[in-house]
Ligand binder design. Structure first.
Ligand code: 6GU
Length: 233
């Protein structure tokens, strides 16, 4: 899978060189590259922003550097009709990213994350991107970040770990929070008593049916208490 990110703070994405995603990059399963939007400017100050037409607070990202960045990064995707690239604009005004979104995007060949800063990006950039790929506006939750970089890193991690081969133990993907619409059950390891706190006896019983039932009950109870919204979906 190929993933590109376009940002004025490409250094943020160094976090993706660590741990399992770093290994996936080294082994070639994941081809990730962060691009500095300022490399697509031509003036001495490498300007990427300007004031909004119609007035208003703050600055907007100007379209020209984005257009050049897409032309460059998507040049290999020309004639791609079967699996178009997906261009993701990080935006607190977008659809909310879910585990289902991660599964959908993990099936695609090429993702491009366009990370906005300031008050956003000139809307024509979104229209232009739609001529080059499938466009999605995605948020990671109902709060505001200073820019899309941290959101893109979160999404890339959630997506890439679903790509076959990125996680050595594929079984660990099966029983985790959100994979079945419920939160994960609590887990315990040795010792069986620690500082006077005991592991629930059923887990030591060797009765696999009873353990499976206990874990499922814990999932439902946890979800009901902290995320009742998940039970209605
Ligand atoms: Cl994708 N971007 C920004 N700037 N803020 C956010 C977000 C994205 N998702 C939640 N808050």
């Amino acid at each position: 899978m190929r993933i590109d990110a376009i940002s004025i703070f490409a250094d943020y994405f160094q976090a993706l060189d660590l741990s399992l995603l770093g290994k996936a990059q080294a082994s070639g399963i994941l081809d990730f590259k962060a691009h500095d939007l300022r490399d697509y400017t031509h003036d001495k100050h490498k300007t990427v922003d300007d004031t909004p037409y119609g007035g208003g607070a703050g600055m907007l990202m100007k379209p020209e550097p984005w257009g050049e960045a897409f032309d460059d990064i998507l040049s290999d995707d020309l004639n791609q009709t079967d699996d178009r690239p997906v261009i993701i604009f990080t935006s607190p005004a977008g659809e909310v990213f879910k585990q289902a979104t991660a599964h959908e995007l993990a099936q695609r060949k090429h993702l491009v994350f366009a990370c906005g800063r300031y008050e956003g990006i000139d809307q024509r950039v979104v229209e232009y991107a739609a001529t080059k790929g499938e466009v999605r506006l995605i948020s990671i939750g109902d709060y505001v970040l200073n820019g899309g970089e941290v959101a893109a890193i979160a999404m890339i991690e959630a997506i890439a770990r679903l790509v076959p081969g990125v996680i050595g133990n594929a079984e660990s993907l099966i029983e985790e929070s959100h994979s079945d619409g419920l939160l994960e059950y609590p887990s315990y390891t040795k010792p069986s008593v620690w500082r006077g706190l005991e592991v629930p006896p059923v887990l030591l019983s060797g009765n696999h049916a009873a353990i499976a039932k206990w874990r499922h009950d814990q999932q439902v109870e946890r979800t009901r208490q902290v995320r009742p919204d998940l039970l209605d979906e």
